[in-house]
Ligand binder design. Structure first.
Ligand code: GDD
Length: 359
């Protein structure tokens, strides 16, 4: 009998990669999404229409009824209000989606299918980041409504494991990116802009704080880590990260390098600009619009225990990741006709999936 997996946030970046890899392994895939979410990522991966997707799941009872019917072998909780910036603007949404949503799922499992294995996508942002010596991940100290909600879910997952005996895993995921990343996250925003500028778009890339450092890995490999975590003999908590950090500034430089261009930095603070080393044209501007009320300046995970426990470690390095993303967005733009189309794409960055949908 084929194994059955239920994935929340099934049309998102991680949900899409996970669906694709579980389908390849013969699973039947079920999942949930917000009404109106676009299936462009499933189309990109060639799996459109292969998963049964529920968009109208309201509340605990409908979830319990559904789990009782489907009896999923594995449940992956990847659905989330995943943008830290949005969580500052709409904190209640973060609580509802990233905290209460997890409680609902765990309770539905306990009541309807207690033998289901459960994976909770927790975030590296539950930690404070390194101390003054620049080392370590710091203590548990969420610093955004998003991270507070994720920390609640982390602890609840451990509680259901310890006190109810559910096979429940908390996967502490650091930043993971790909050509399927949402356009409001910094790496994809940069990749799209660089692809557009290379094709002739005139509008510079506008970003916020470029000195923050993140631990960036390739999302498809993190989805494989989620599967491995549930394939282990016993449940645990695992860090998914590369163990290396780079600044947003370095990602911008790597992305332009992938497009055969070089950025030089001029000025300071909000007046700093990235200019084209060849012709002096402005490529990057700093905008206060993209600064946050609070910032984790450095986020670095240590995946060494995860390697020992479940045999997972990332393979794609930083330079290869930036290059893959720029190439993917360049390929999409190549199919457009003129630089004007490119300008329109960049202007519509907020409209998630826009570039991919117009091809
Ligand atoms: N989004 C965005 N847009 N971020 C910018 C910009 C910009 O224009 N300019 C600078 N940044 C900085 C942010 O301030 C942040 O420090 C960093 O770039 C990365 O931002 P995001 O890509 O939005 O990701 P994040 O680090 O806040 O959160 C991601 O990683 C977490 C795990 O570490 C998300 O995927 C979270 O859901 C995830 O938990």
């Amino acid at each position: 009998m084929a194994k059955k997996a239920f994935i929340t946030g099934i049309l998102g970046q991680d949900g899409s990669y996970l669906s694709a890899l579980l389908l390849r392994r013969g699973y039947k895939i079920y999942g949930s999404e917000l009404p109106g979410a676009s299936a462009w990522r499933h189309a990109e991966l060639g799996i459109a229409g292969k998963a049964r997707i529920y968009t109208g799941l309201k509340g605990f009872e409908s979830l319990r009824e559904l789990f009782g019917r489907i009896k999923p072998d594995e449940v992956y909780n990847l659905g989330s209000q995943s943008s830290v910036r949005n969580s500052f603007a709409r904190p209640l949404e973060a609580v509802e989606s990233d905290a209460v949503g997890t409680a609902r799922l765990l309770e539905a499992i306990r009541r309807a299918t207690p033998r289901s294995l459960f994976f909770q996508a927790t975030s590296g942002l539950i930690f404070s980041g390194p101390g003054p010596d620049g080392k370590g991940r710091g203590g548990l100290m969420p610093q955004s409504p998003y991270a507070c909600a994720k920390l609640y879910s982390h602890w609840l997952t451990l509680n259901y494991r310890e006190f109810y005996g559910i096979f429940a895993v908390s996967g502490i995921l650091y930043n993971h990116e790909s050509p399927l990343r949402g356009e409001n996250f910094v790496t994809r925003k940069i990749a799209m802009a660089v692809a557009g500028i290379k094709k002739g778009a005139k509008k510079p890339l506008q970003v916020g704080n470029i000195n923050v450092r993140r631990d960036w890995g390739y999302a498809a490999e993190y989805a494989e880590g989620m599967r491995l975590a549930l394939a282990a003999n016993k449940p645990g908590d695992y860090v998914f990260a590369t163990g290396k950090t780079h600044s947003v500034r370095e990602f911008i430089e790597a992305a332009f390098r992938a497009a055969g261009m070089r950025v030089l930095w001029k000025g300071e603070g909000l007046d700093e600009k990235g200019v084209d080393a060849e012709n002096g044209g402005t490529l990057v501007e700093i905008s206060p619009k993209y600064f946050r009320p609070h910032e984790n300046k450095v986020l670095e995970g240590d995946p060494s225990k995860t390697w020992k426990a479940i045999g997972w470690r990332p393979k794609t390095d930083f330079e290869a990741l930036a290059s893959m993303m720029v190439k993917a967005d360049s390929a999409v733009l190549k199919r457009n006709r003129s630089a004007k189309d490119v300008e329109i794409c960049i202007r519509n960055q907020k409209n998630a999936g826009f570039v991919n949908r117009i091809i």
